[in-house]
Design a protein around this ligand. Structure first.
Ligand code: C2E
Ligand code: MG
Ligand code: MG
Ligand code: MG
Length: 291
């Protein structure tokens, strides 16, 4: 079934794919070629402070510029890379590219933190913390330049090992963030012991909050929970001006979403940053919008 699906061209990866199958092996070698042959692209999407519109950081999001299939979104190859362990190669590429992007933006006075997504396999890699510092040092970036985003489910795969790695990363000075909060199965009792700085409300709640009272309540209580735990809270999936206003009223610290900007390549991001930060544009209009 998986092979047929792939030939008809809709999805590169389907969860039915057998790890040892011919198809899986060929996808793996295609991915390897993607890394070596320069087919990966790093996209950046801003996170801004809702009170002021100030750009705080940018999330690094991976894309695959495939020679025949065009720009492939991460959900079509990241789960496969996680399943096979190849994700470590991808993470290494993303970290190096992010450090480089940070240095380039910083040189243009566009100082911000870059957020990189980590998966379970990365957390199981005991050399990860050392690899990250080496990568940053190469570009003159310090630990404060980077935030690491981890989903609840990635942590819950092996909570003990995850906690060890997270503690180590935290002690080194990296900011840590819980991604897609509200969609996993972690308990609050467990979360309170994690050395995290930030919580990202999953976009499913934020996208629905304007029309669904239940979602609005989840968003409101998550913001309160985060603040009670001393965490910065970020809303992902901020798609409208009304959502911005509501989130700001609820005290949400930061937002990320299509209303602000879609993920884009570094050059474009830099131009966006410049336009957004022009004094006559963003800051005043944010104040007007918030009334
Ligand atoms: P994520 O880490 O939760 O990233 C946020 C996703 O939400 C991104 O999807 C982003 O484009 C999308 N998004 C942002 N604002 C909006 C909005 O206003 N509306 C809607 N509908 N969507 C919005 P993307 O880039 O397709 O990435 C999907 C997921 O793939 C990421 O979710 C993350 O779990 C994974 N991913 C992407 N890059 C990497 C990577 O380098 N490493 C790892 N391990 N995972 C990655
Ligand atoms: Mg993320
Ligand atoms: Mg997320
Ligand atoms: Mg997500």
């Amino acid at each position: 079934v998986a092979a047929k699906k792939r030939q008809t061209g809709s999805a590169i990866y389907s969860p039915q794919l057998d790890a040892g199958s011919q198809e899986s092996l060929s996808l793996l070698s295609e991915l390897r070629r993607a890394v070596e042959g320069g087919q990966l692209r790093l996209y950046l999407q801003p996170k801004v402070e809702l009170k002021t519109g100030r750009v705080i950081s940018a999330e690094a999001l991976l894309r695959w510029q495939h020679p025949e299939r065009g720009l492939v979104p991460p959900m079509q190859f990241i789960p496969f890379a996680e399943q096979t362990g190849f994700i470590r190669e991808l993470t290494r590429w993303v970290l190096a590219e992010s450090a480089q992007a940070w240095a380039a933006l910083n040189a243009q006075n566009q100082a911000l933190r870059i957020s990189v997504n980590l998966s379970t396999r990365d957390l199981m890699d005991q050399d990860l913390p050392a690899k990250i510092s080496a990568m940053l040092a190469q570009y003159g970036a310090n630990t404060d330049s980077l935030c690491l985003e981890i989903t609840e489910s990635a942590i819950m795969d092996d909570p003990q090992r995850a906690l060890e790695t997270l503690n180590q990363l935290h002690e080194m000075g990296f900011k840590l963030s819980i991604d897609d909060f509200g969609t996993g199965y972690s308990s609050l009792a467990y979360l309170k012991g994690l050395p995290v700085d930030e919580l990202k409300i999953d976009k499913s709640f934020v996208l629905a909050m304007e029309t669904d009272l239940g979602d609005a309540k989840i968003v409101r209580s998550t913001i309160e929970l985060a603040h009670n735990m001393g965490l910065t809270v970020v809303a992902e999936g901020l798609e409208t001006g009304m959502a911005w206003k509501l989130l700001a009223e609820l005290g949400c610290d930061e937002g990320q979403g299509y209303f602000i900007a879609k993920p884009m390549p570094q050059e474009q991001f830099s131009a966006w940053f410049k336009a957004w930060s022009a004094p006559d544009l963003s800051h005043e209009s944010v104040e007007t919008m918030l009334g």
